[in-house]
Design a protein around this ligand. Structure first.
Ligand code: 6PG
Length: 472
């Protein structure tokens, strides 16, 4: 008998935890994994929740176990495996069934899949899920893209399993087709920038102030009660305190300094570039991960150029106070950029993305959850059409209060050869953004000189050319 209200395909950690979360919230869930032994393992470990779990060993069994119209969540590796899974599932499903891709898909794939499934009468939802393993089990942030009518049908279960911020569910419908996966991609881009800037201030403490991991942990713990209060700051403090069993050293000191990346950060940057919206802090963070992976070349370069001696060290506490503010200033730039990219995509793809809602559903459950996001939610609720977060009263004030610290840290790092690329690009972005008269007049002159591209004059309308002599 079909008693399940929803199905989950893919019982890796994220899929398994989502399925348990669904059962925990009183829903009956059918589960399927391509490797049957994994399904069996899952069912055996489900404990009390197993009475609300139907473990299936074939896709036919799985589909038959769910009451139509069926919502089916696919949580498999992004890319080709999703298409394969949809192809296997499609012939078994009926009209009005909904396929929900909960992986970190590229939103362009989601748009294609959405169109492909419209024809056969099935519905597709691209759903961004953030919060890692723990979030999937206890309450993630859920960003939904697809038909609003399809969302309405799954809204009860998705809001039930989502994280709650002061009782408000962190799950929302954000727009048609690729909207949910696009927003998740930008979430991850911001996550990259946030993590990179945290790593940069860690670097200044470690390499400029010669602090050990435990002392740095104490600084992050102290910051977690202030304006930087966030999940990423909390876990940073925690991570820095963990000891490696084999060596007795802090575990961070034995971890190789080459960061992985699966693509979402890069996609954020690619899309921002395609739309001509600067996302420099995110770009710097993605590039820093790529540079981190070039270990052999970095070692060679260090041998060739050496490191700069640490000089003119100010009082440690002064530097630490500046680092806290610099991080906050950098965050403003990264989030302002991320939200600006979303606003541009909203226009380009006709999504009408609700900025305040996005900030609200990021306040709990997701990796970038923070006090800061509550302030962003308030800013966008007050002024939904603001072009740049930096121009809202609350964030302008924050910039004024942190700007000089960011300058001192970037300058100090530069003089001491310490890499702070994301913080430096945040500063470059502010300084470019705040300057009414920049330097692109010279670029226009150069373009006109070599390519007769024309320029506008400040004192006359229309296109003009310079009186270049061509003597070079
Ligand atoms: C989240 C995370 C999650 C995952 C990313 C990390 O929001 O829960 O962003 O989606 O950790 O895949 O991406 P990288 O492997 O690219 O760092």
């Amino acid at each position: 008998m079909a008693e399940a209200e929803i199905g989950v395909i893919g019982l890796g950690v994220m899929g398994a935890n989502l399925a348990l979360n669904i059962a925990d919230n009183g829903y009956h869930v059918a589960v399927y994994n391509r490797t049957t032994s994994r399904t069996e393992e899952f069912a055996a470990a489900a404990g009390d929740l197993s009475e609300r779990v139907t473990a299936c060993s074939t896709l036919e069994e799985f589909v038959a176990a769910i009451r139509p119209p069926r919502p089916v969540i696919i949580m498999v590796k992004a890319g080709e495996p999703v298409d394969q899974q949809i192809a296997a599932l499609k012939p078994l499903l009926e009209a009005n069934d909904i396929i929900i891709d909960a992986g970190n898909a590229n939103f362009r794939d989601t748009m294609r899949r959405f169109t492909e499934l419209e024809g056969p009468g099935q519905t597709f939802i691209g759903m961004g899920v953030s919060g890692g393993e723990e979030g999937a089990r206890r309450g993630p942030s859920i960003m939904v893209g697809g038909k609003e009518e399809a969302w309405r049908r799954v809204e009860p279960v998705l809001t039930a399993i989502s994280a709650k911020y002061e009782g408000e569910p962190c799950a929302a419908w954000l727009g048609e087709n690729g909207a949910g996966h696009f927003v998740k991609t930008i979430h991850n881009g911001i996550e990259y920038a946030d993590m990179q800037m945290i790593a940069e201030v860690y670097g200044v403490m470690r390499d400029h102030l010669s602090m050990d991991a435990a002392s740095i942990a104490a600084v992050f713990s102290a910051w977690s009660t202030g304006p930087l209060d966030s999940y990423l700051i909390d876990i940073t403090a925690e991570v820095l305190r963990v000891e490696d069993a084999a060596t007795g050293q802090p575990i961070v000191d034995v971890i190789v300094d080459a960061a992985g990346q699966k693509g979402t950060g890069r996609w954020s940057v690619i899309e921002s570039q395609m739309m001509g919206v600067p996302a420099t802090a995110i770009e710097a963070a993605v590039a820093a991960r790529s540079l981190s992976a070039m270990r052999a070349q970095r070692a060679q370069a260090q041998q060739r150029f050496g490191l700069l001696p640490q000089q003119d060290r100010r009082d440690g506490q002064q530097v630490i106070d500046d680092l806290e503010k610099a991080l906050l200033a950098g965050k403003v730039a990264a989030y302002a950029q991320g939200f600006a990219v979303m606003a541009a995509a909203s226009d380009e793809f006709g999504w009408n993305l609700p900025m305040a809602t996005i900030a609200r559903i990021w306040r709990a459950g997701c990796i970038i959850r923070s006090r800061f996001l509550d302030e962003i939610a308030t800013a966008f609720t007050r002024d939904p059409d603001v072009e740049n977060l930096a121009l809202t009263p609350a964030f302008s004030k924050m910039i004024e209060g942190t700007d000089m610290s960011l300058r001192r840290i970037v300058a100090e790092a530069a003089l001491n050869g310490l890499p702070v690329p994301a913080l430096a690009s945040a500063l470059g972005y502010f300084d470019t953004y705040r300057r009414g008269r920049g330097t692109a007049n010279l670029i226009q002159a150069q373009r006109d000189f070599f390519g007769a591209h024309g320029f506008e004059r400040i004192d006359a309308d229309g296109q003009h050319h310079g009186p270049w002599g061509g003597s070079v």
